[in-house]
Write a protein that binds this ligand. Structure first.
Ligand SMILES: Cc1cc2nc3c(=O)[nH]c(=O)nc-3n(C[C@H](O)[C@H](O)[C@H](O)COP(=O)(O)O)c2cc1C
Length: 148
């Protein structure tokens, strides 16, 4: 099965999880990059994230959109910001067609679990959605189990 792991990460935790998931699944790995930089303090990130959520913004992407048609399975990784996905991830999801693809989300967070976000994403974007995965403290065994 051809798999793409695509992730957004501000501080590197999701990036690290994405790298391990890609390695263990033999997937291609790509990063969601935005024109605007999120290199900012925690406080400013909270402010920025809330503004983007409230205004339903879609930060402009600064990346080549991978050719989704080349993949059977898309694994989307993201930190949880203010209980949801950073809007940059929605900018990406708006640009691709996951219809008919197996897809799943994985998250890193302080504590929030990915299930509620997964429900929201499932309602908005059509795909064959699989079980979401909390990548906080995930061992290789946890990842391999999830990938089955
Ligand atoms: C703006 C902002 C909002 C956050 N909101 C939440 C939250 O609602 N729930 C939670 O458990 N963690 C929250 N966190 C913590 C991040 O999800 C966590 O640190 C994540 O692993 C960061 O991933 P990264 O290193 O890939 O950027 C938030 C962090 C930031 C910067």
């Amino acid at each position: 099965m051809e798999t793409l792991v695509i992730y957004f990460s501000q501080k590197g935790k999701t990036k690290e999880a994405a790298g391990r998931i890609a390695q263990l699944s033999g997937a291609d790995l790509a990063e969601i990059k935005t024109h605007k930089s999120y290199r900012m303090s925690y406080r400013k990130t909270v402010f920025t994230a809330l503004k983007e959520i409230l205004l339903n913004e879609r930060p402009e992407l600064d990346m080549e959109i991978p050719d989704i048609s080349a993949y059977d399975r898309i694994l989307i990784g993201s930190p949880i910001w203010c209980g949801t996905f950073p809007n940059a991830v929605l900018s990406f999801l708006d640009k691709v067609n996951l219809n008919g693809k197996k897809a799943a989300i994985f998250t890193t967070s302080g504590a929030t679990e990915p299930q509620k976000i997964a429900m929201k994403i499932k309602k908005k974007y059509s795909a064959k959605w699989c079980r979401p995965f909390n990548a906080n403290h995930a061992t290789d065994e946890n990842i391999t189990d999830w990938l089955k």
